[in-house]
Every structure is written in C-alpha cells, then in structure tokens.
Design a protein around this ligand. Structure first.
Ligand SMILES: Nc1ncnc2c1ncn2[C@@H]1O[C@H](COP(=O)(O)OP(=O)(O)OP(=O)(O)O)[C@@H](O)[C@H]1O
Ligand SMILES: [Mg+2]
Length: 332
C-alpha cells in the first residue's frame, strides 16, 4: 500500500534577527489511507512547522515529502490538489466573503466546477450547521464558526490528505463531538489520510489511530494510543465500594497495599492506582472472606494526557533520554 503521506528526514531551521531555531530535527513518519495520526507536543515543539512544510508553506532545509507517492518539490501542483489544510493562527479564509462564497471560491481554486462547488458548499454548510450565518461576512462570525468555515474550505475538493492544525480551537463541546464523528467518517469512507495537531487530548484519543509525540523538534514516540499506554504507563485506578467498614487486620492489610479507604455511613470506598492486578485480587478475596459485599467497582485507565506528560518528562530527564529516543527510533 502506498502511504498517502511520507515524510523522511525532515529538517527545518528558522533564522530571525541573527538567531537560528531548529524547529524540526530529522523527523520521519508516514500516514496510510484511512488513517488518522495525531501530532502532540508542548508549545514550540514543531507541530505547526511540520504541517507547514507538508503543505509547501515552509521551505524545508532537507528532507523528502511525498504525497500519494509524488515528491512535493517536483509535483507541487498535484500535491496541492491532493491536500486540504487548516493551519493554526493563519487566515485560512477571506474575512469579507460569506461562508458560501468562501467555500465556492476555494473549491474553484482546486479545480472543482462551479455547479458542483455550489452543491458541495451547501452540503458542508448543512453538515456544519452554518445555515444561520450564510449571509454574513466571515469576519462577523464567532471564532468557532470561522473555524468551521475554514475546515469546509479545506475539505471541499475532497483531498486525499487532510492537515488540521488545532481544528477544535473555539468550538464548543457539542461541536467538538460532532466534528470528531464527521472527520472520522470522512476518513473512513473516502480512505483519506489525516494528520491532526491538538492540545485537546480527549479529541486526539477519540479520533486518532496513532499518535506522534514531538519534543524540541524531534519525534520521541510514535505509536497507537493503546501501545503508548502499555509502554509508558500501564496503570489503572480501581475504585471499589463495599458494604460495611473493614476493620482490624483486613484494614491493616489494605493500607499496607496502599489502598486509600474512605468510610461512609454504611459502606466504604477503596481506591488504588496500580499496574498490579494481584493487588486487586488479594483485596477482593480478603474483603469477601471478612463478609464485605462488593457494591460497585469502577476501573479507569490513565488518560492520554497523563501518558503524554509522562513521556515528555522521561525524555527531558537526561537519564531517560537515551531510552525514549531508542524507543522513538525503533518505531520509525
Ligand atoms: N516564522 C518563524 N520564525 C522564527 N521562528 C519560528 C517561526 N515559526 C516558528 N518558529 C519557532 O520554531 C519552533 C517550533 O514552532 P511551531 O510553531 O512549529 O511549534 P508548535 O509545536 O506548533 O507550537 P504550539 O503548540 O505553540 O502551536 C518554536 O521555537 C518557534 O518559536
Ligand atoms: Mg502550532
């Protein structure tokens, strides 16, 4: 299978006022048809620079970028037609045009005939609930609605590669949920590939097949969310509710195993964050033997945010740097 996007050995340095910043340092990855890949990283780690290089807005120093197998430096026009991008902080649309005029204009730029462009614009306006704002200039819309117009403009020509930089910025909770479903469905049905950056971990976790973590311009991890969980933080939080109040040796044993115990009127709540399932089995057995019936149990895995912070901390600690880099290298 030819990946929709291949990035190999990408380097980008900015120079301004006599200072140079190595924004992206030798990164490599690919995105296959039907795949959504999230790019995570702290502020300034090179996410936007990577996306800008892929859509040709940044001249890279060295490296190779292929879209549908074509080198973007030699096949610029083909790559542009295959790509739809919304970049963070950029004016992605025309402020003095309405949503409909913007979408039709961008469709025309990417070669969609006018009749078809009008049909697609209406479809997108309906899907993104922009009908109410159809006659208003984009500059009058809320940030969230401007963002929806920008996404519609980027997708109207049905690109095989979708690049979204912070797409949920300004969207309310309901719209983020809807956007997640819509984008996932688009990628699945059209077998497009999507590269998306976000600081919204719930969004990334819900939508992405794979996650790339950048740190100071380098890829420090590249894995599925499940694999990241397994590799970096195989911890779960167990939250048990049992009848009565454990006392004597049962309570002492639980506390020795680091369970925290909170006693309510007729029941007790026991919580523990651990990767060791034996601790749970032992607690359950001893509670049952002493006649404390289990009322409820709740298990939560570490959120992607915890894993992300953990991964960054490991990398920024000199002792762990070699381990993390070896892990990132092994996955590429
Ligand atoms: N046009 C530019 N000129 C000079 N330096 C730049 C320019 N654009 C970005 N940088 C620098 O390059 C580095 C990477 O920036 P980039 O915008 O790619 O990070 P980011 O991961 O997108 O950050 P954020 O999470 O804040 O959006 C930063 O140190 C930034 O200051
Ligand atoms: Mg950015």
């Amino acid at each position: 299978m030819v990946p929709v996007l291949e990035v190999a050995g990408l380097n980008k340095t900015y120079s301004s006022k006599g200072e140079t910043v190595k924004a992206v340092n030798n990164i490599s990855f690919s995105v296959n048809p039907g795949e959504i890949v999230g790019v995570l990283g702290p502020n300034g780690s090179g996410k936007t620079t990577t996306l800008k290089s892929i859509c040709g807005l940044n001249a890279m120093d060295t490296g190779l970028i292929r879209v549908n197998g074509e080198d973007i430096e030699h096949q610029q026009w083909a790559a542009m037609l295959s790509t739809g991008a919304v970049l963070e902080g950029a004016r992605n649309v025309y402020w003095r045009l309405t949503p409909q005029e913007n979408i039709v204009y961008f469709a025309g730029l990417k070669g969609v005939p006018r009749n078809e462009a009008c049909l697609r614009a209406q479809e997108l306006i309906d899907r993104l609930s922009l009908n109410k704002y159809c006659d208003q200039q984009v500059r009058m819309l809320s940030k969230g609605n401007q963002q929806k117009v920008a996404i519609a403009c980027a997708l109207v020509h049905r690109p095989s590669l979708i690049l979204l930089d912070e797409p949920t910025l300004g969207l309310d909770v309901d719209m983020v949920r809807d956007m997640k479903d819509w984008l996932r469905q688009l990628v699945d049905t059209r077998l497009s590939a999507m590269l998306v950056t976000s600081h919204d971990m719930d969004f990334i976790e819900a939508i992405c097949d794979r996650v790339i973590i950048l740190y100071q311009g380098e890829v420090i991890s590249q894995n599925s969310v499940e694999e990241l969980r397994r590799q970096f933080s195989p911890q779960k939080t167990f939250d048990l509710q049992v009848q009565g109040h454990p006392s004597g040796s049962v309570k002492a044993d639980l506390e020795t195993s680091q369970w925290s115990i909170e006693e309510n009127a007729t029941s007790s709540r026991l919580t523990l964050r651990t990767g060791d399932l034996d601790t749970l089995s032992l607690a359950l057995a001893s509670l049952e033997q002493s006649g404390h019936r289990l009322i409820d149990i709740n298990v939560t895995s570490d959120a992607l945010e915890d894993i992300f912070i953990h991964t960054i901390k490991r990398t920024s600690s000199p002792a762990a740097e070699s381990i993390s880099q070896a892990s990132a290298g092994g996955e590429q």
